[in-house]
Design a protein around this ligand. Structure first.
Ligand SMILES: NC(=O)c1ccc[n+]([C@@H]2O[C@H](COP(=O)([O-])OP(=O)(O)OC[C@H]3O[C@@H](n4cnc5c(N)ncnc54)[C@H](O)[C@@H]3O)[C@@H](O)[C@H]2O)c1
Length: 355
């Protein structure tokens, strides 16, 4: 099979949006005006070159189902925007480890199917790239799949906030195997982090001194339940560090996942508050609310990360990819400003920047 062969770990809302997105944008042309997609072509590949060859989950409604059906199985509640034909890829039962805690068990039942040998399944599928879209607190499970990718000879993209690409030890292991590593924690197409960072950058560029700022958000997907109960501090740490890097001085900042509101479904509402001083010390206050849908917000970034990783594979580059990670993820191995990250990606695509 031609194209970029991808394995998915965790068939939740983000995986659903990604699989739907490949179908939805398969005929997108590079002449602009495409709603929601900046790059039909990226790194020499079209969106339709992305092929899903393996999928792993642990819950009874998803394991054993064709990927095209599993992406809509409960508790997934992402919007249904594309009809995905049967893929012929059956969702396999991965090891549970710390993937589902007591809170998530109120939404799902664990599949009684026996665990598969993940490394063998990856090798049999011909997967070149594995993506972790597991719950954000699944530290052991994400590490397990990262290791399985190493053993099976696949690149690894970590969509979760667990430290993998930002951990030099993992970077070293992937470098030794000449396998690309990208992550950690997707920075959405238009999510709270990217909006907050953009406003802070604008204020700094316009000479405004930022005194303090917070960002609170609530969501209704399974991931919001997980990040509210298990991953609260990890998420707060990652999001606060991500927004703080755009201020050239220290100021009190807080950004985090604040609550789980089940009737929001896959929606997310974010509240931003910034105070500062402008010309003559005059006060300025910014108070904004944004509403988005979580799963699709990750789609474009994941598509670019997949195609960037494939380019690195063809160039036989291993280890943490600094450019793609800083551009598309909140906790990259080398944090930088958004503009610098975009420049790095352009240089990487042209072959001027190695990683
Ligand atoms: N836009 C976004 O939604 C966004 C942005 C930034 C980061 N992320 C991160 O992406 C990840 C996925 O988010 P989501 O909303 O799709 O989550 P989700 O809860 O909808 O999906 C997680 C999936 O992983 C499965 N799973 C749990 N344990 C497993 C295991 N051991 N093996 C295989 N599968 C297992 C669950 O059954 C579920 O299908 C999260 O870590 C989240 O923090 C998402």
């Amino acid at each position: 099979m031609d194209g970029i062969k991808v394995a998915l770990f965790g068939i939740g809302n983000c995986a659903s949006a990604l699989v739907q997105g490949v179908q939805y944008y398969k005929d997108a042309k590079n002449n602009g005006g495409i709603v929601g997609l900046s790059h039909p072509d990226f790194a020499g590949y079209h969106v339709r070159d992305i092929k899903f060859v393996a999928a792993f989950d642990v819950t009874d409604r998803k394991v054993g189902a064709d990927l095209a059906g599993a992406i809509f199985a409960e508790p997934n509640n992402v919007i249904h925007f594309a009809e995905v034909p049967k893929t012929g890829v059956k969702v396999l039962r991965g090891p549970l480890l710390d993937g589902v805690d007591d809170n998530l068990r109120t939404l799902v039942r664990i599949s009684p199917a026996p665990e598969v040998d993940v490394v063998k399944a990856l090798k049999n599928s011909g997967a070149e790239i594995g993506i972790s879209l597991l719950p954000g607190s699944a530290q052991q499970a994400t590490s397990f799949y990262a290791n399985a990718c190493l053993e099976a000879g696949c690149a690894f993209i970590n969509g979760t906030p667990v430290s993998i690409a930002s951990d030099p030890e993992w970077g070293k292991k992937f470098k030794e195997r000449k396998l690309p590593l990208v992550g950690d924690d997707i920075q959405d197409q238009m999510g709270s982090t990217v909006l907050h960072r953009s406003i802070l950058q604008l204020l700094v560029a316009r000479g405004v001194h930022v005194d303090k700022s917070y960002q609170l958000d609530v969501g209704g997907g399974a991931e919001s339940l997980d990040s509210h109960y298990r991953g609260r501090m990890r998420k707060r740490e990652v999001k606060t560090a991500a927004i703080s890097q755009d201020l050239p001085y220290e100021a009190p900042m807080v950004a985090g996942s604040s609550d789980y509101v089940n009737f929001l479904n896959n929606g997310r509402e974010s509240y931003f508050y910034i105070t500062g001083k402008q010309f003559g010390g005059a006060p300025i206050t910014i108070d904004i609310r944004m509403e988005v849908t979580d799963g699709p917000n990750a789609g474009q970034v994941l598509m670019d990360a997949i195609r960037g990783s494939k380019l690195a594979l063809t160039r036989e580059i291993g280890g943490s990819l600094e450019s793609i990670s800083a551009y598309g993820f909140k906790k990259p191995p080398v944090p930088t400003t958004m503009h610098q990250a975009e420049r790095w990606v352009e240089e990487f695509l042209l072959g001027k920047k190695r990683l």
